[in-house]
Design a protein. Structure first.
Length: 225
């Protein structure tokens, strides 16, 4: 059970699975048939998967101590009777929950809205913290994007200091430096020619992928745009 609480994807007995994504605003739970293709009787397969998903979702809410707004995205069912059966099962399973819950019937878009009393932090909030590198976004800018931003900033800085500072050092992440040297060297040469300056670079593995610092190569003073 504890193992289940740390997986984003949870398999169902029928071969389908649910995917649980927790965000600050809400918790989204997506239902998929997965390996349960069902042969000719597709509607029966979908109904079976949704029933198992409803049962598992109710269990996961308790196991993970998930609170707040929860949106269950069930597989589309043509039969209103099947939709009602899935809703009724979910409602019945949630009555076993000690936390106060409220659930609405499945909408025309196949979504089931639920709320669960938030008494304390969820299990994931207790065990994990946001990644300090990406700030919890799960993504960082590519080397190309950071390189473009650096080029723009250098253009502004070199224009601003062209009369007083002629040697500039840039400290940045080694991956971005590699991109600069391999793909954008001509742009750097053009900047040096345009502003009659000299650019020097130093890779620093402690630097965030999106971070760079532009300094006076002689004094070490940081140069702001």
């Amino acid at each position: 059970q504890i193992d289940d609480a740390f997986h984003r994807q949870v398999w169902l007995k029928c071969g389908g699975y649910i995917v649980i994504d927790e965000t600050e605003a809400l918790v989204a739970i997506d239902v998929n048939t997965g390996r349960n293709k069902g042969g000719r009787d597709v509607e029966k397969t979908i109904f079976q998967t949704n029933l198992e998903a409803a049962d598992e979702i109710a269990r996961q809410l308790r196991l993970r101590n998930i609170g707040g707004l929860i949106i269950g995205d069930f597989i589309d069912m043509k039969s209103r009777k099947d939709q009602q059966a899935v809703y009724s099962l979910m409602k019945e399973r949630l009555t076993r929950d000690k936390a106060r819950t409220h659930v609405l019937p499945i909408s025309q878009l196949g979504l089931m809205e639920m709320t669960r009393q938030r008494a304390q932090e969820s299990l994931s909030e207790t065990i994990y913290q946001n990644c300090p590198y990406c700030g919890g976004r799960g993504v960082v800018k590519t080397s190309m994007t950071t390189s473009v931003e650096l080029h723009r900033t250098l253009n502004t800085v070199m224009r601003k200091y062209q009369e007083s500072i002629h040697e500039i050092r840039v400290i940045l992440n080694p991956d971005v430096l590699k991109r600069l040297k391999e793909e954008d060297e001509e742009l750097l040469v053009e900047l040096e020619r345009r502003y009659a300056g000299r650019l020097m670079f130093r890779g620093d593995s402690t630097f965030h992928h999106e971070k760079f610092v532009i300094t006076d190569a002689n004094t070490g003073a940081e140069l702001k745009p």
